[in-house]
Write a protein that binds this ligand. Sequence first.
Ligand code: S3P
Length: 186
Amino acid sequence: MGDNVILVGFMGAGKSSVGRLLARRLGRCFVETDDMITAREGRSIPEIFAQRGEASFRALEEDAVRLLALKSGDVIATGGGLPCREGRPEALRALGTVVWLRGDFDAVYERAQRAGARPMLAGRGRDEIEALYRAREPYYRRADLTVDTTGLNLDQVVATVLLLLRGKGSSSTLSPLGRGQGEGRP
Ligand code: S3P
């Protein structure tokens, strides 16, 4: 198995902010599959969706997964839909430790709408997005570790991930530690 740390979860789960801080704490490089795709294509994710459609974007994700095999010791944040194909959770687990940032749907939905242009949200109502979330859960659940981010701020989520990574094997799921101070929510 590879030695990367791979973050998975729905849009708005906090993969980017958690990944960035986690990488800093671990002294590792931070990589985002969406950035790999936009850098290679020379256009933004909304442009790729608008000009070529979702299927093309998913093919680019496939390429990105293949390129991840070259990574070693990195913290990798994946796009929300990337793990949700047959065999994909296992392909990610071969690259390192997969961590699912699991959030309460309402919180995740609210955050996903607030930050960034997300083509998967465009033109879809809340019920449709919740159905997508539920359909994706079985894929996310195949992660090595799960962190329930409900009620945790960014610092606490990162601390929880670090704790789980260090104690890997003893427990695979950790629940909220409580509320309080820190660097803000993921
Ligand atoms: C997607 C999530 C996005 C991005 C693309 C598709 C999805 O990443 O990969 O817009 O299908 O859930 P984030 O999870 O970082 O928003």
